[in-house]
Design a protein around this ligand. Sequence first.
Ligand code: APR
Ligand code: PHB
Length: 403
Amino acid sequence: MALPKTIRAQVGIVGAGPAGLLLAHLLHLEGVESVVIEAQSRKHVEERVRAGVLEQGTVDLLNAAGVGERMRREGLVHYGIELCFDRRGHRIDLHSLTGGRAITVYAQHEVVKDLFQARMSYGGPILFEVESVRIEGFDGDAPRIRFRSYGDECEIPCDYIAGCDGFHGVCRPSIPSGILRFYEKTYPFGWLGILAEAKPASDELIYANHEDGFALLSMRTPRISRLYLQCRPDEDLSEWPDPRIWEELQRRFETVDGFRLNEGPVFQKGVTAMRSFVAEPMQCGRLFLAGDAAHIVPPTGAKGLNLAVADVRMLAHALACRYRTGTEQMLNRYSEICLRRVWRAQHFSWWMTSMLHRFEGCDGFDHRRQLAELNQVTSLRAAAVVLAENYTGLPFDLPGERL
Ligand code: APR
Ligand code: PHB
């Protein structure tokens, strides 16, 4: 049998989503060499429709890493969001409540394209469409990643493996049973999302609590709206022709002052299930999990991508320290440090989800309670500050997070 093709690397990275690509780039800036492998094609990853809200810290990090040029040009900076309930809109002034922070609306796949571009510019290796990926030896000192690439058996012997392969990847399930503990919550609903060629009817995002269910107005460009409505987790899209979607959206965003969405051709539709999930710890020997491989949040708090960015920032830093100083002290604290932020984001995402969605079987009491909470958040400054601070993003150096 032919010997496998060997590609040596200091760090082997499984997955070329935002987590894997940004990790590879940050490591490159620190002089640490990595190889990235990805199960899908480059086109597939670049076109995958995902969320699009970047926290201030994420924006600052992408800029500092030299991959923010197009984001600065094309990203839409927002200084507030709106909460709509009882048929009235209420603005949360993120900027003044947080002492000057904002969010940037820039689609995740645009971030991915910018990261691909950066990686190509210095010839950093990424292998697409790999198959039969297995990771081995991470419990000792000789980890390796094995896979097939266009018919060739390949292996990457490396010092460390980064599992950035998302929720359905192979890295987390490769950890022997009994080591990880899982915390999970599934919600009895999903989001039906559309992209439409229609000028967003608001300059800022609108999160709507309506008795028929949650709805969200977001955008991609000044001419493309991104809209979501709460639906069943297994909703059948064939039952949702465009006119029905618009009718339902219009109803959920209706206000006493006659707010109307702008309608236009729908060019993308999908249903996203909602779950909260954490695997602890986020490391096992020389394997480190980052991003969706380790945790999932419901999209209501717009935290998924930002959490992945915070993980790999920490991991890149800890790996760079290891190569500079020879000690694994920081790597050993990777999971403990990341999990503080992960649980803060889990709480925030769960809280936003609970406050804004209709829960089947809930009576009028629960809806009234949600309205009371929304009234508090939009009228009591201290409550609004909590939302604004969490939404725009916690600082990177949470207590205990400083390395
Ligand atoms: N081998 C190689 N690559 C794999 C494998 C495998 N066995 N399994 C999965 N992958 C790839 C997927 O094809 C995907 O491109 O890993 C990548 C994981 O990327 P994401 O799912 O985008 O996860 P992550 O990089 O952690 O980004 C988190 O993505 O899901 C959203 O809301 C989430 O915004 C958040 C962000
Ligand atoms: C999006 O624009 O896709 C988006 C915005 C805010 C969210 C979730 C998704 O909370």
